[in-house]
Design a protein around this ligand. Structure first.
Ligand code: BGC
Length: 418
């Protein structure tokens, strides 16, 4: 072993409700997926049917050697109508939490991962004044039912994403389609409004969500159980290119407000995939000729080390890596990515940075939002017709690291699992 991670280090994989559960019909995203025109290349439909197959998936995760499962609970299922809470949905998530504990898996629960109930969108979403209070009430009610089984809770998944997307100027956004999609969705829910996480005013949304986060921190601690509560922030390894780069302005706008919020919480979740190159006019996009992932961004596992360093200079709370991974059909690239990312993490730990876990994105090949099912982020492949799961070599490779809580001499070729 060339490096051993700290004792009790968390090794896990993550999913998000809308991306894996299937038939999340009461959510705003389901509406957006089905109107015409839409930005979504295909609808989520059955997804990975995780709603019914969670036991098998949690057993599989544990059998790989992982000790943590990060998943999200679906607000649209728990509160299908404003103020109406579903006991059946809460029971479902209790069973998921219990399945984790039965398999010696630590459950890390995200309360909001991009999707909202239809009624919330119809009301205007995050930009309307009751939004923060409504989210806090959902957290309070849910924590009352589930709190005794939760080990970690995050209020939001990447609440800074809309601010980050404002900087992505090198990718053409079909604004007319987005606008029409929103209008059609409003009509579909019988409202003049359709406020969703991905559409609308990012600055306003940020203000409301920060307020909601702080309210939810208290609400999540008001019930049974006792667990740390944090927030998971999307961070890129931002690099300045040329004179007068706007890199620092970008970081100040996109990351720092949420890192300040995390600093007033119990932990920070760092989620990173790639680097950003920022010039004097904003984001430049990847350089010509570099290796790109299925998402069109650069293969850059070194982002993990740089993002942890950036974040740790701004927060005093412990850091968990709550997402890191790669969309690729070539599983050997996933292994290389994990290897290099973890080498960077080891450097951070060697410098005394308090990182307590690494949760890979994702457990399953799942529904990648507007891109549909094409990008493959999973450690485990899912057959779209039969729903059969098949662990990829990277799953076994990563599981082995988790089992021995350490890195062996850097593998130059993927280890064989046969
Ligand atoms: C999100 C995930 C997504 C992943 C890969 C993150 O931004 O939290 O839901 O699937 O990136 O694109």
């Amino acid at each position: 072993m060339i490096y051993t991670f700290p004792e009790k280090f968390l090794w896990g994989a993550a999913t998000a409700a809308h991306q894996v559960e299937g038939n999340n019909v009461n959510s705003d995203l389901w509406v957006l997926e089905h109107v015409k025109p839409t930005l979504f290349v295909e609808p989520s439909l059955d997804a990975c049917d995780h709603y019914h197959r969670f036991e098998e998936d949690i057993r599989l995760l544990a059998s790989l050697g992982l000790n943590t499962y990060r998943f999200s609970i679906e607000w649209a299922r728990i509160e299908p109508e404003r103020g109406v809470f579903s006991m059946a949905a809460l029971d479902h998530y209790r069973r998921m939490l219990a399945a984790c504990l039965e398999n010696d898996v630590i459950p890390m629960v995200t309360f909001y991962h991009f999707s909202s109930p239809r009624w919330f969108a119809a009301m205007g979403g995050w930009e309307k004044s009751p939004a923060a209070d409504l989210f806090v009430r959902y957290c309070e009610r849910t924590a009352r039912s589930l709190g005794d089984l939760i080990a970690f809770a995050s209020t939001f998944n990447e609440p800074n994403l809309p601010m980050l997307l404002r900087w992505v100027t090198h990718i053409e956004v079909p604004f007319t389609t987005a606008l029409l999609m929103g209008k059609k969705a409003a009509r579909a829910v019988g409202s003049g409004n359709f406020g969703c996480f991905f559409l609308g005013n990012a600055q306003k949304l940020q203000e409301v969500m920060i307020a909601a986060h702080h309210g939810a921190l208290i609400a999540l601690k008001s019930g049974p159980g006792s667990y740390p509560v944090g927030v998971n922030v999307a961070i890129q390894d931002e690099q300045a290119v040329g004179l007068k780069s706007k890199r620092d302005q970008k970081c100040a706008e996109v990351y720092d407000p949420w890192l300040a919020a995390a600093d007033r919480s119990d932990f920070l979740g760092v989620q990173t995939y790639t680097r950003g190159r920022v010039g004097k006019g904003g984001d430049l996009g990847p350089e010509q000729g570099v290796e790109l992932t299925q998402m069109g961004y650069e293969f850059w596992p070194e982002a993990l080390e740089q993002c942890v360093r950036y974040a740790s200079a701004r927060v005093r709370v412990p850091i968990y890596i709550t997402e890191n991974g790669i969309g690729t059909e070539d599983d050997t690239r996933r292994i290389e990515y994990i290897d290099r990312a973890l080498a960077g993490l080891k450097n951070c730990l060697a410098d005394g940075i308090d990182v307590r876990g690494y949760i890979h994105w994702s457990l399953l090949d799942n529904y990648e939002w507007i891109y549909g099912y094409r990008p493959k982020f999973g450690l485990v492949a899912v057959n779209r017709q039969t729903q059969q799961r098949t662990a990829k070599p990277s799953a076994h490779y990563f599981g082995e690291i988790a089992r021995c809580n350490g890195l062996r001499a850097r593998a130059t070729a993927p280890v064989s699992v046969d």
